[in-house]
Design a protein around this ligand. Structure first.
Ligand code: EPZ
Length: 433
């Protein structure tokens, strides 16, 4: 029941370090359960989706040891299939990766329905289950979740994805690593986190070729060995701070970034009037706070990421001139627009397109984080608004932003978190005997 409080109108200045990428860390953490030797992972972000993943792995028999706040050792020697805790599984989407791990290692899987941010209708997993069927598993979906078995083990296959799905590409890679023969994924996702997962698995002895292109080939190996691995920086976290300073004005340097991963975000911000200076592992964003409208169409990597669309939506409210967002990945990722409307702006929406007339003023208000990136959009809107913005449901933001308050305060923002105790919490007074 906590809320975030932001007093808008401050320019952002200074330097912050970007954390490890949530959407790379999660598949890599699950991949450790394919391995009977310990793996030590560095640059793991301190976000709640990582906590949930570590809880699932520990409850399924892995030994999980935190060596530092961002370094974790996972030993999958005692990992057991079919034992993951349903409640935790049902809170994150990445728990679907257990299916690939369990089938690949044991030829058997049973998991509850994975959760994650809801974009309108339930997020499907049909590409995943169809791929496992092509690899010889019998899959069943029941009221309890997913069940699958391949008593003789999985077999090699060629899987052409209908869409370049990140999750399906990850799950097939996980299933194929220990599968005899060569598995091929056509129309594979090319996101940096796919490459990161392949690099990690290859460091453990897997043989994965072509990650980062649309065809990935996995030559199965009989076992993996332990390794040390450093997760890549989070391009979406970086992009979120880039949007924040673009809107407030100021000069902010982000360290621990890979500028190549940020190309589509840099290009859109430049078009909107922001200056971005690139170094080897850092970028500096310089903005007057006066932005031009732009048209944004989300696409698979290296196109403009859907996970940055809401943050740009907040900017397009105040930019001068018409802005348009065409959301092409998810059917309903505009829930945040209903919240931003409480801040006194009008946005027109039809299906998966939204029109921002631009030049509007945001007024501090009470709004909700509707999901992870929708919540990030509310934070940016609060930083740009006149007055105080209160954001309820910040637990959505906790899923993917490591130390958001600390980092924004370092840059000069007024932001705080307030603990609100539920009114219904009973206060128990012991009766006198
Ligand atoms: C990953 O989700 C990310 N999540 C999402 O980030 C991100 O928005 C998305 O990729 C796209 O980049 C994680 O990595 C944990 P998809 P994922 O499979 O893997 C359709 C965030 O904010 N589809 O690439 O679930 C699907 O409906 C989160 O960090 C099927 O139809 O996304 C969508 O239209 C939110 N059937 C499209 O493919 C399937 O079986 C892309 O989804 C699978 C997907």
């Amino acid at each position: 029941m906590d809320t975030l409080l932001i007093k808008g109108g401050r320019r952002l200045n200074g330097t912050i370090a970007i954390s490890g990428m949530k959407n790379a860390a999660l598949p890599i953490l699950f991949a450790c359960a394919l391995n009977s030797e310990p793996c030590i992972l560095h640059n793991v972000p301190e976000v709640s989706d990582v906590e949930t993943t570590l809880h699932i792995l520990a409850a399924s028999g892995c030994t999980v040891t935190r060596l530092s706040p961002t370094t974790v050792e996972i030993n999958g020697a005692s990992f057991r299939a079919g034992t993951s805790p349903a409640t935790a599984v049902s809170t994150i989407r990445a728990s679907s990766y257990l299916m690939g791990v369990e089938l690949g290692r044991f030829g058997f899987t049973r998991i509850a329905f994975p959760g994650g941010c809801k974009f309108g209708v339930a997020r499907p997993l049909d590409y995943h289950t169809r791929a496992f069927e092509i690899m010889g598993a019998e899959m069943e979906v029941s009221g309890q979740g997913f069940y699958g078995e391949a008593p003789e083990g999985l077999r090699e296959g060629k899987i052409i994805l209908d869409m370049a799905s990140v999750g399906a590409t990850v799950n097939i890679m996980l299933a194929a690593v220990l599968t005899h023969g060569t598995t091929v994924i056509g129309n594979a996702a090319r996101e940096p986190h796919i490459v990161d997962l392949a690099n990690f698995l290859n460091m453990c002895g897997a043989r994965i070729l072509g990650a980062g292109t649309s065809e990935i080939r996995i030559d199965g190996v009989s076992k993996l060995h332990g390794c040390h691995y450093t997760v890549i920086p989070d391009m979406i976290e970086a992009g979120t701070y880039m949007c924040a300073v673009a809107g407030t004005g100021g000069r902010v340097t982000l360290t621990n970034v890979i500028p190549k991963h940020l190309e589509s975000i840099i290009s859109k911000l430049t078009e909107m009037g922001v200056t971005v200076e690139e170094g080897e592992d850092r970028i500096t964003v310089i903005s007057t706070g006066h932005l031009k409208g732009a048209t944004i169409t989300t696409a698979v990597y290296p196109g403009f990421p859907t996970d940055m669309q809401p943050q740009f939506g907040a900017l397009l409210c105040v930019a001068q001139g018409m802005g348009i967002i065409n959301e092409k990945i998810w059917d309903n990722r505009f829930a945040y627009l209903d919240e931003i409307a409480h801040m006194g702006v009008t946005v027109t929406r039809s299906g998966n397109t939204a029109w921002f007339p631009g030049g509007q003023k945001l007024q501090g208000s009470s709004v909700a984080a509707t999901d992870l990136r929708g919540g990030a959009a509310m934070v940016i809107a609060g930083l740009l608004a006149n007055g105080i913005t209160e954001i309820t449901n910040p637990h959505f933001i906790d899923r993917g932003y490591d130390d958001l308050i600390g980092k924004l305060r370092t840059l000069g923002a007024y932001i705080d978190r307030r603990e609100v105790f539920p009114e219904s919490t009973p206060i128990t007074v012991n009766a006198r005997s």
